[in-house]
Design a protein around this ligand. Structure first.
Ligand SMILES: *Cc1c(COP(=O)(O)O)cnc(C)c1O
Length: 639
C-alpha cells in the first residue's frame, strides 16, 4: 500500500499547473479557493457548497468568485503597465471586455465597477449587447467598441450616444458599412468615432484560425481599406477615423501567430496615419489564451506564452513599427474575454450514482457447464499469479486470451440454446473478475501489452452527473474543449477507479469523457468509489467564458442556480447575488407551452380516473402536488 497524500492528488489533477494562483488542495483534502490569489484569504470549496446548500441552493451550482474576476483585471492591467514601463512605451493601455464572452448582468456590472479605475470599457457585437454597453458605461473616458454587422439604426444609436457622454467607436467590418456611416452622419449632423477592422493575411493556427486570412468573415481587405479611407476623406469624415482593429481569433495558442499579426497591423496603422487619419488607438482584439491543461504548450487547450509575454509582445512590436516612421505610438486596446472571464466561475455538480462492472463473484453452482468451469479455472490461475513473479505479464496475457476464448464459447453456446440465462450471467461475471484480477496484478511500470493496458479502461465506470453538458459545458460537446474536472473533496484519499461522466440528458453525446492529462487529453478520469449515502462532488473549472450563453435547453434542462461570492472583510465570505436557476415552468414557457394549461389537462384526467375508480383521491392529490411543486423547482434532480 502506498500512502496517498493531498500533494499526490494535486499532481494527478494538474492543480499546480492550471490552478495557480486560485485553486489548490487544503490539508483536509478539499479544494481551497484563493479568490485574490496570493494576496488574500482562502475558502474551503466543500464548506462553501454546504453553506450554500443550507441556503436552499441545490446542485448543480455555478459559483462565481467576483474577487477572481477583479484579480484577472488587475493582472491584465499590471502586465501592460509593466511592459509599457519596460519598453519605455510613450502611450497607455486601455482595455475593453467583449460582452459576448459573458453577458450576465451581474458579471458585466461587476467588471464595469472594478474596471473604473483604469477606464476599462466594453465591446459589443450586436444591438442587444450595444444596449447593455451603452447603459452600463457612464465613464466618458471608457471606450465602447462597436463590432459586428451594423444597420442604420445601430450606427445612428452610436452617434447619438456621444451626446450622452459615451465614447462609442463604430468599427467598420464590411465595405458597405462606410456608406451607412456617411448617410447617418449627414442625417444627424454629427459623426461617430470611427474604427476600421483589417483583414490580416498573417497565418494563424488553432481552433479559431479562420478568423484571419483572405476568406475571413470579418474585416476589410487592403484594397477595401484604402477605398474606405478615400470615401471617408470625400465625406469629410477622415478626422474621425481613430482606431485600427484586428482579431486573430480566440485562444491564440502560439505567440508566433500574434507577433506576425502585430507586425502587419502595426504597419497598417502607420500607413493610415500617413494617409492623414488622426488615429490614436490600436485595438489588438481578443485571443489572449487560457492554459486549460496547464501544459504551457502551443496545443489547443494551452498557450505557449504567459500574460506578461503577451503584453510585452504587443507593446514592443507596436513601438518597433511606429518609431522608425516618427509616428506617435497609439493607445493600446485589447478585447480580452476568455482571459478575463474563464477563471472566476466554478461549476459544482453531484454524482447521482455510478455503474461499475459487476464486482461480486457468484459461488460455483452444482454442475456448471464446461465453458463456465473453464473460466473459473482461468480466474484461479490468475489469482495464483503474483505480480512480482518471473514472466507474470506474459502469464497474465495468456490467461486473458483464454478468458476471451471461453467467454466467446459461452456466448455461442447461449445462442444455440445450450446455456441458460443465469449460466450466461455467470460466464460474464467470471470474465469481468478475470479482468479485474489481471489489472490488480499488472506492474505499475515496465512494458505491458496494449491489450492488457486497455483492460483498465474496459473496467472503468460511468458516473452519473446531475447536470446537462449541453446547458453547462456546451463547448466540451461542440468543439471538444477541455476543462479541468476533479472531485472537490476526498483528495487525501487515492482515487482507485477510472470513469467518465454521463449527464442527465437522453443523448449519448451528453457526457464528459475528455480530461486534461499529461501532454494529451485522456478519456477517463481517476475517481473515488462512491460511498453509500455520502455525496460525491465534482468541480468543473475555468468555464466562466462562453459556456453560459452557448448552453441550450436540450431535454429542457435549464440554467443552474448561480451565486456571486466575495471574500468578506472580516474573513469568510459573503453572498452578493443569488441567481436562481430556471424552473420547469420557465423552460416549458420557453417552448411556448403554458404550464397552467398542462396542469389543468392533468387535473381533468385525474378527475376522470377518480370517477372510474382507477385513482384514489389522496393519490390524485399527491400526483397534482408533485406536478405543481416540480413546476416551481429547478430542472435538475433534487438531492
Ligand atoms: C470573440 C471576440 C473577442 C473575444 O475573444 P477572446 O478570445 O475571448 O479574448 C474579441 N474581439 C472580437 C472581435 C471577437 O469576435
Amino acid at each position: 500500500m502506498t500512502s496517498w497524500t493531498t500533494a499526490d492528488s494535486a499532481a494527478l489533477y494538474g492543480l499546480d499547473r492550471w490552478g495557480e494562483p486560485y485553486f489548490s488542495v487544503n490539508g483536509r483534502g478539499h479544494i481551497s479557493v484563493q479568490p485574490q490569489g496570493e494576496r488574500g484569504g482562502s475558502l474551503d470549496l466543500l464548506e462553501l457548497v454546504q453553506g450554500l446548500q443550507g441556503r436552499n441552493l441545490g446542485l448543480p451550482l455555478l459559483i462565481r468568485f467576483d474577487d477572481i474576476l477583479e484579480d484577472r483585471l488587475e493582472r491584465l492591467h499590471a502586465a501592460f503597465e509593466r511592459a509599457i514601463a519596460q519598453y519605455g512605451y510613450g502611450g497607455r493601455y486601455q482595455g475593453v471586455f467583449p460582452v459576448k464572452c459573458n453577458q450576465q448582468r451581474h458579471v458585466v456590472e461587476e467588471l464595469v465597477a472594478c474596471g473604473r479605475r483604469w477606464h476599462f470599457g466594453l465591446e459589443a457585437g450586436s444591438k442587444a449587447e450595444l444596449l447593455i454597453a451603452l447603459s452600463l458605461i457612464d465613464d466618458p473616458e471608457a471606450l465602447l467598441i462597436c463590432n459586428g454587422y451594423k444597420d442604420q439604426r445601430y450606427i445612428e444609436t452610436a452617434i447619438l450616444a456621444r451626446r450622452l457622454g459615451r465614447q462609442p467607436v463604430v468599427v467598420i467590418e464590411q465595405a458597405d458599412e462606410v456608406q451607412r456611416i456617411i448617410d447617418a452622419s449627414r442625417a444627424l449632423g454629427a459623426a461617430p468615432f470611427i474604427g476600421i477592422r483589417a483583414k490580416l493575411s498573417s497565418r494563424s493556427s488553432g481552433r479559431w484560425g479562420s478568423s484571419v486570412g483572405d476568406k475571413a468573415k470579418f474585416g476589410l481587405s487592403i484594397p477595401d481599406l484604402l477605398a474606405t479611407v478615400e470615401a471617408l476623406r470625400d465625406a469629410d469624415l477622415l478626422q474621425d477615423l481613430r482606431l485600427l482593429h484586428f482579431h486573430v481569433g480566440s485562444q491564440i495558442n502560439d505567440i508566433a501567430v500574434l507577433k506576425d499579426a502585430l507586425q502587419e497591423a502595426g504597419q497598417i496603422y502607420v500607413e493610415l496615419t500617413k494617409l492623414g487619419a488622426p488615429m490614436g488607438y490600436l485595438d489588438v482584439g481578443g485571443g489572449l489564451g487560457v492554459d486549460y491543461d496547464g501544459s504551457r504548450t502551443a496545443s489547443a487547450a494551452s498557450t505557449n506564452y504567459s500574460l506578461q509575454n503577451y503584453a510585452n509582445d504587443v507593446v514592443a512590436t507596436v513601438r518597433e513599427c511606429c518609431e522608425p516612421h516618427g509616428v506617435p505610438v497609439p493607445t493600446l486596446v485589447s478585447e480580452s474575454g476568455r482571459a478575463i472571464a474563464s477563471h472566476f466561475s466554478v461549476l459544482v455538480f453531484n454524482v447521482l450514482g455510478s455503474a461499475q462492472v459487476p464486482a461480486a463473484l457468484p459461488a460455483a453452482g452444482e454442475s456448471e457447464p464446461l465453458t463456465v468451469r473453464n473460466l473459473r479455472e482461468t480466474l484461479a490461475g490468475i489469482t495464483a499469479t503474483g505480480s512480482d513473479d518471473d514472466g507474470a505479464v506474459s502469464r497474465l496475457q495468456e490467461a486473458w486470451n483464454d478468458a476471451i476464448k471461453f467467454k466467446d464459447d459461452a456466448l455461442a453456446a447461449f445462442r444455440l440454446g445450450y446455456l441458460s440465462l443465469p449460466e450466461r450471467a455467470m460466464a460474464e461475471q467470471l470474465t469481468w473478475a478475470c479482468a479485474s484480477a489481471i489489472v490488480e496484478r499488472l506492474p505499475r511500470s515496465g512494458a505491458v501489452p496494449d491489450d492488457l493496458k486497455s483492460l483498465r479502461a474496459a473496467l472503468a465506470g460511468t458516473y452519473y452527473a446531475n447536470l446537462s453538458v449541453f446547458r453547462s459545458a456546451p463547448d466540451t460537446w461542440a468543439i471538444e474543449q477541455l476543462f479541468p474536472l476533479l472531485p472537490i473533496h476526498r483528495l487525501e484519499e487515492e482515487p482507485t477507479r477510472l470513469g467518465h461522466f454521463a449527464d442527465l440528458t437522453c443523448d449519448s453525446d451528453g457526457k464528459l469523457a475528455r480530461f486534461i492529462g499529461d501532454g494529451q487529453a485522456k478519456p477517463l478520469l481517476e475517481l473515488h468509489a462512491p460511498q453509500e449515502g455520502q455525496p460525491y462532488l465534482i468541480g468543473m473549472f475555468l468555464g466562466g467564458a462562453y459556456q453560459e450563453v452557448m448552453g441550450n435547453l436540450h431535454n429542457l434542462f435549464g440554467s443552474t442556480n448561480a451565486v456571486h461570492i466575495r471574500l468578506a472583510p472580516g474573513g469568510g465570505y459573503q453572498v452578493d447575488h443569488v441567481v436562481r436557476g430556471n424552473t420547469n415552468a420557465q423552460v416549458l414557457e420557453a417552448m411556448e407551452h403554458q404550464p397552467e394549461l398542462l396542469l389543468e389537462r392533468l387535473r381533468v384526467a385525474s378527475e376522470a380516473a377518480i370517477q372510474r375508480g382507477d385513482l384514489k383521491i389522496n393519490d390524485a392529490q399527491r400526483l397534482m402536488d408533485h406536478l405543481e411543486t416540480s413546476l416551481r423547482q429547478t430542472t435538475y434532480l433534487q438531492g
